[in-house]
Ligand binder design. Structure first.
Ligand code: FES
Ligand code: FES
Length: 150
């Protein structure tokens, strides 16, 4: 049994040490906002925050979580930057099919938390690990700039 603090709420979780956080979130806790894309750290659909860092939940196993709080898309708007990013996503109508977008938003929040005024190059660099099969990259970049100046 391990205590996971997710979006400010403590959960007692019974899961093997090698179980990826993605399956803990989706299958054990029923939090399906975090998506399964590739399972091999190539698409970014499963991005969550472990502490302040954006991580791939498909490659973050239970034994790698040592008291750091976890933030998922369900809790993304709990801080001011997350709320601005979600508002900018709506304003710029970023979403197409939506499958990649919870991961995109979590990466964008991590970027703006570390770099409040990113350049296009900073954005491209920080978001390079988040793949969008619908090609929403131009609107993602616009929304990040909008959130940065909100
Ligand atoms: S599902 Fe984790 S990076 Fe693709
Ligand atoms: S919006 Fe469809 S995969 Fe990104």
């Amino acid at each position: 049994m391990k205590t996971l603090v997710i979006n400010g709420v403590s959960h007692q979780v019974e899961a093997p040490d090698d179980m990826p956080l993605l399956w803990v979130l989706r299958d054990v806790l029923g939090m399906t906002g975090t998506k399964y894309g590739c399972g091999i750290a190539q698409c970014g659909a499963c991005t969550v925050h472990l502490g302040d860092e954006a991580v791939r939940a498909c490659q973050t196993t239970m034994d790698m979580i040592d008291g750091q709080p976890i933030t998922t898309i369900e809790g993304a708007a709990m801080n001011a930057i997350g709320a601005k990013v979600q508002a900018a996503w709506l304003e710029k109508e970023v979403v197409q099919c939506d499958y990649c977008q919870s991961g995109q938003i979590m990466s964008a929040i991590a970027l703006l938390s570390a770099n409040p005024k990113p350049t296009d190059a900073d954005i491209d660099d920080a978001m390079a690990g988040n793949i969008c099969r619908c090609g929403t990259y131009v609107r993602i970049r616009e929304a990040i700039h909008a959130a940065a100046s909100a």
